[in-house]
Design a binder for this molecule. Structure first.
Ligand code: ADP
Ligand code: ZN
Ligand code: ZN
Length: 817
């Protein structure tokens, strides 16, 4: 390893837009090496930031006086080279700055921002000084407080431009400004004490003639097999003063050990013994094992309950034996405690978890320990794909179709699957994608031969797939008082409960848009060009397409059957729980949705109640559809399958099928069997009929044909260009101008005919948190053309000065809402 002394400068990236890399000189007389992946503290403008070294000993840019780094934080690289390369790739693929990619990769807790401490020089009086109004206010505050941090001062004065005023105050000799370095979370330390080598009894007598407690304390420690925690001594009434004296006399050792927090504190792992793999599982495992030394992407398509977890576990054994590490991605830890727990039960403390419920301190500990090689397996949600392992042997993505793998809030809007595949292509190791209902992208790639398809067509324990029944809502709805829980459904619930079983009832995410539905045939008005449902706009009294922006007058008759019975509908289903309470007053009814799962571990508690048998009926949103394995669930009911289907999104059908297949998979997991009942207005819709027959391949075939026809992924690349801002006029003209620029670009000879631009149109979610939203959809069959367009937009579009406008580039969007 290079000695620290030899390094003269380094390129550093800061976790933010336009965060570099910038070149800095090494700190004066530094001892530590400046290697890529090491954190440093550096002056940046008037601020002090934590950055990451990405390259050392570079040829410095000409004509710039380089600043010096203040501190080198780490002794060893925190971020492996592999992750730095990955961040670079992310910045290219998702059209963001290197710094923004670094911000996604490295947890914020490692990248704290420093501050400046402002101190009043003693003995100064403001009389006779010429101060501006702002400087006067600063002075008053300092007179009262003596000193404070600039960030606090900024907050109190609600002013952003303090730096100038402060600098001149310092020049006048009134105040002193010093650097205040970023604080790091404190490592948790435990104090341990241990008796030194045996001291003969008579010697002790001499030592302690007047201190019997000291002697008792020493005897107590001598009686222990090894070191004990200081807190134990205090519990036995040996004060810390006694311990201190003994340590001073050299009779005991007192020291501190690093005490990492237990990452499994909140995750229960019921007893689990990995069973012997079935012949089907063995075949799949054998196939996979042959490829552990090369980069391939496998799609493991296994029906719900086919035992995919056991396949993952068996694969980890050889990976860990070879001294390599593994990442297992799950959609959300709180919703998949069983899967997570199984890994821990088999592989013990080598397994850690990474998820959003961790405290900053926990995340800090876990990340550091992973980078130091203390763990071999990390189970976690989306961002766990960045776990800083140095010798990764495999990444497994369970339930790969889940949209939670796509970042939808922050920039870059990365997809963990694409990131995993790139990371492992560099590492030369495999990626396994597992699902009962693969995303159409992955299924298509598997059929094209880009991925290798492996199948588990039957349930591991030989139970049949549950019987799925349809209840046609058109029949009950035409009566005077339609109920959300039909007679049929409530009879089935009663039946399951009488048999001492449990019931899951799925309420899809609430449709927030209102669409027009035909009561006669269930058809919903759609845009002819985009094939997504049209949204009713009462303000305009029109039907609007949220993709292409076209408007239609409100229809008077159903385009499919000609019926005049078209009604607006936006299903409100909050009442379901209360309806059930009325119908089943003696039963325990629980609810799981975003209202009841505010607390960090509330999911967990709800699932625990279900597992223990305390809950009779659990009503929930799609949260209850995930990989739960509860044998006593005898009935799954879907209150209204259409709400997800009618969302104005090209993935609405796929999501609906997936949801139905997954939630149906929660039952029939014991010899007692299980049944599913789906209420719908559209019993003939392919998403519904395929769910009834558990026939993923034929669903995929039909839906892929539609996607090909209407030019949607996986047949084209999509780039969703989202505009948000507070002033609707300014925003829409910003969107228009950007569309014109793109139009120009697409005429470029190198791109001729390769780009299609739709819009601008208001997003289906037209306004979020006070900000208006518009979007442009860019389509292309060519990766290069999309790359060209995205890079062009990132480079050349500047938001207008007014209205707080922003442009967000979302490549491969998971939804266009
Ligand atoms: P999936 O994730 O594919 O839906 P799980 O991994 O949850 O399925 O497995 C379903 C059930 O079958 C679990 O209870 C699991 O313990 C059990 N199981 C899996 N493989 C076997 C096997 N080879 N022998 C017996 N039981 C198995
Ligand atoms: Zn109709
Ligand atoms: Zn349209």
């Amino acid at each position: 390893m290079a000695s620290g002394k030899g390094t003269t400068n380094a390129n550093v990236v800061f976790p933010m837009p336009r965060g570099g890399p910038y070149t800095y000189l090494a700190p004066e007389g530094h001892e530590q090496p400046l290697l890529p992946g090491i954190r440093v503290v550096a002056p940046f403008g008037r601020r002090i930031l934590t950055g990451i070294v990405v390259e050392a000993n570079v040829i410095p840019p000409k004509g710039i006086r380089l600043k010096r780094l203040k501190v080198i934080i780490d002794d060893h690289p925190l971020v492996p080279q592999e992750l730095l390369d990955l961040a670079r790739w992310i910045s290219r693929y998702y059209f963001c700055d290197f710094g923004e990619a670094i911000r996604a990769v490295v947890p914020g807790i490692f990248m704290r921002v420093g501050d400046q401490r402002i101190r009043l020089i003693e003995g100064i009086k403001p009389t006779g000084l010429k101060l501006s109004a702002l400087q006067g206010k600063i002075f008053d505050i300092l007179l009262a407080e003596g000193q404070l941090l600039q960030s606090r001062l900024t907050k109190r004065l609600k002013s952003k431009s303090l730096s100038q005023s402060l600098a001149s105050l310092a020049e006048m000799g009134l105040i002193e400004i010093t650097d205040h370095l970023p604080l790091l979370p404190k490592a948790r330390l435990r104090t341990m004490v241990e008796a030194c080598k045996e001291t003969p009894d008579d010697e002790l007598k001499g030592l302690f003639t007047r201190a019997p407690r000291q002697r008792e304390c020493l005897k107590f420690l001598q009686g222990m097999a090894g070191p004990v925690e200081l807190s134990l001594l205090t519990r036995f009434n040996f004060s810390s003063a006694i311990v201190g004296v003994l340590a001073q006399k050299g009779l005991i050792n007192k020291y501190q050990v690093y005490d990492p927090r237990d990452p499994f504190r909140h995750v229960s792992f019921p007893d689990y013994q990995a069973p012997e793999p079935s012949p089907d599982q063995k075949e799949v495992i054998g196939n996979l094992e042959e490829s552990l030394d090369s980069h391939k992407v496998f799609l493991l398509h296994g029906v719900t309950g086919s035992g995919k977890t056991l396949v993952y576990i068996e694969l980890l054994r050889p990976v860990l034996e070879a001294g390599k590490q593994a990442i297992i991605l799950v959609p959300e830890i709180a919703l998949t405690p069983q899967t997570t727990g199984r890994f821990r039960a088999v592989f013990g403390p080598r397994v850690t978890v990474l998820h959003s419920g961790l405290s900053d301190g926990e995340r800090y500990d876990i990340w550091r320990q992973i980078s130091q090689g203390k763990y071999s397996v990390a189970v976690g949600a989306r961002s766990a794909v960045f776990a800083p392992f140095n010798n990764l042997g495999i990444i497994i993505i369970d339930e790969e179709h889940e949209h939670t793998y796509k970042e939808t809030e922050y920039i870059p809007r990365y997809h963990a699957r694409e990131v995993a595949i790139w990371r492992m292509s560099r590492a030369g190791r495999p990626v396994i994608l597992g699902s009962a209902t693969p995303s159409l992208e992955s299924y298509h790639r598997a059929r094209e031969g880009d991925y290798l398809l492996l199948e588990l067509p039957e349930r591991a324990r030989g139970f049949p797939m549950p019987q799925v029944n349809i209840f046609d809502l058109r029949k009950s709805w035409s009566k005077k008082k339609p109920s959300l829980v039909s007679e049929r459904l409530s009879k089935e619930i009663d039946f399951a409960l009488q048999a001492k079983g449990q019931v899951l009832l799925l309420l899809n995410r609430r449709g927030f848009n209102i669409f027009m539905i035909c009561e006669e045939c269930g058809q919903v008005a759609e845009c002819r060009q985009c094939r997504i449902s049209l949204t009713l706009h009462r303000r305009l009294n029109r039907l609007l397409c949220h993709y292409c922006g076209s408007q239609d007058p409100i229809l008077s008759a159903c385009p499919a059957c000609g019926s005049k019975r078209l009604v607006p509908m936006g299903v409100g289903t909050e009442q379901v729980e209360s309806i059930l309470k009325e119908k089943f007053p003696d039963r325990v009814i629980d609810r799981m949705d975003s209202d009841t799962t505010g607390g960090k571990w509330s999911h967990h508690k709800i699932l625990e109640r279900l597992r223990s048998g305390a809950t009779d009926i659990l009503v929930g949103t799609q949260m209850i559809a995930k990989g739960l394995d509860f044998p006593n669930v005898l009935l799954v009911g879907v209150v209204n399958a259409d709400t997800a289907m009618n969302l104005p999104d090209f993935r609405a059908t796929e999501r609906t099928f997936c949801l139905l297949a997954q939630v149906a998979g929660r039952t029939g997991r014991s010899e007692r069997g299980g049944e599913v009942i789906i209420q719908t207005f559209r019993p003939a819709h392919p998403a519904i009929t395929a769910a009834v027959t558990h026939d993923y391949p034929s669903f995929a075939k039909g839906e892929l044909a539609i996607r090909r026809d209407a030019e949607y992924p996986p047949f084209v690349n999509l780039l969703n260009v989202i505009f948000t801002g507070r002033d609707e006029k300014v925003l829409s003209s910003f969107a228009d101008k950007t569309a014109d620029k793109l139009e120009e670009l697409s005429k470029d000879r190198s791109l001729a005919g390769q780009l299609t631009v739709l819009g601008p149109a208001p997003c289906p979610l037209e306004k979020l948190r006070g900000r208006y939203r518009y979007h442009l959809i860019v389509k292309s069959k060519s990766d290069e053309a999309i790359e060209h367009a995205g890079a062009f937009l990132a480079r050349s579009v500047k938001p207008p000065g007014k209205g707080n406008c922003r442009m967000i580039l979302d490549r491969d969007p998971s939804s266009l809402m």
